[in-house]
Design a protein. Structure first.
Length: 365
């Protein structure tokens, strides 16, 4: 599928990844994939009940998209409290424990095993690692999801994690650009602000993302957070100063920029989905996440199509975004390994799992 061969509807479809309810692929979502109105899917715990079931679900996603470009099949598999896949998949402690151990080889080894497991079961994108510096002890959402409270720890372990995932053909995603660590409000509920001067942002928040870009991370995810020093009163997801001027021109990142979920309170409490979709793409996001409501996904798609029809500049921005979306999907298409290979990969995590238990004090007490 060449970009020039796409209809406007298909072009805009390359910019949308959604979620759905249930443990089988809904007919409506399969149709959207088959028609090129979605670039893939993100799975949550609600979609996963067993190894065999998730393999069948991912196979259905791949089959539905067979006449289009390879789909993204994504999951939030960070470790700790954000892990959609549980036993027999590797039980990974919070990233904070890896940062505290400060063994880059171990961090990389964990990511390699996670990627082998994910890839064998049909996933080609992990929305990890968290590259936020956990600098605010009152932060309700980041905490031990971060490798640490200092930029060096987050940078070095984040890069090791990215290298491990991508070595085993799983696309990594550095999140939440340009930094969600110094917030005291959960962006799932409302819109936080990081009211720090620019020199502090460039010293603490931004360096991990610069390092991730330098390490060749395939993607990043924007934060639904306002940074007045970068652009007052505008969440980063909607900010050209953040998503284009800083990320593309200054940092030099040319991978895919995902929005965080546009159904989160930070966006949904203040903006309709049509505006959110247009603003995010115009700011510089390449792929929008709308993680639950298929009707909202359709509304966002329609809004992007209309904006392309109305404004040649917006159409050109969508072409740029679609090029990035298609590039990473062609680079790492999802594949499901034979059953014997999957079993061997899962069985191979036992030694590492025993070592990881030692990192969790209450587990080894």
């Amino acid at each position: 599928m060449a970009e020039l061969d796409l209809t406007v509807s298909q072009l805009c479809g390359q910019l949308l990844v959604g979620g759905f309810s249930g443990t089988t692929l809904p007919t409506s979502y399969a149709t959207a994939l088959a028609e090129g109105r979605r670039a893939g899917a993100i799975l949550f715990a609600r979609n996963i009940e067993s190894v065999d079931q998730v393999v069948a679900l991912n196979a259905a996603i791949i089959e539905a998209a067979a006449t289009q470009a390879p789909p993204l099949i994504a999951v939030d598999q960070e470790g700790g409290r954000v892990a959609r896949l549980t036993a027999p998949f590797l039980d990974v402690p919070p990233m904070r424990r890896l940062g505290e151990r400060d063994d880059l080889g171990l961090t990389r080894e964990v990511a390699v095993q996670m990627a082998r497991e994910l890839s064998a079961h049909g996933f080609n994108l992990d929305f990890a690692p968290v590259m936020d510096v956990d600098s605010n002890p009152d932060n309700p959402i980041i905490g031990d999801r971060s490798f640490g409270r200092d930029a060096r720890t987050v940078m070095t372990h984040g890069v090791a994690f990215i290298q491990g995932l991508q070595r085993e053909n799983v696309l990594a995603c550095a999140k939440h650009y340009p930094g969600h660590g110094d917030t005291s409000l959960d962006s799932h509920l409302d819109l936080p602000t990081v009211d720090q001067p620019l020199d502090r942002l460039k010293r603490i928040e931004i360096p991990p993302f610069r390092a991730a870009s330098g390490a060749g991370v395939a993607s990043m995810m924007s934060a639904h957070v306002v940074y007045p020093a970068l652009e007052p009163a505008v969440p980063a997801t909607f900010s050209r100063a953040v998503c284009t001027a800083l990320l593309r021109h200054e940092i030099g990142f040319d991978g895919v920029l995902f929005s965080d979920d546009l159904e989160m309170g930070a966006i949904a409490k203040h903006h309709g989905i049509a505006r959110a979709a247009r603003e995010s793409i115009w700011a510089g996001c390449d792929v929008l996440l709308i993680c639950s409501d298929e009707a909202l996904q359709d509304q966002a798609h329609a809004a992007l199509v209309k904006a392309c029809d109305d404004d040649p500049r917006f159409l050109e921005r969508c072409r740029e975004a679609a090029t990035r979306s298609l590039r990473i999907r062609r680079l790492v298409p999802p594949r499901i390994a034979p059953d014997r290979d999957r079993q061997a990969i899962l069985a191979g995590n036992e030694g590492l799992a025993r070592r990881l238990v030692e990192l969790v004090p209450e587990a080894s007490a």
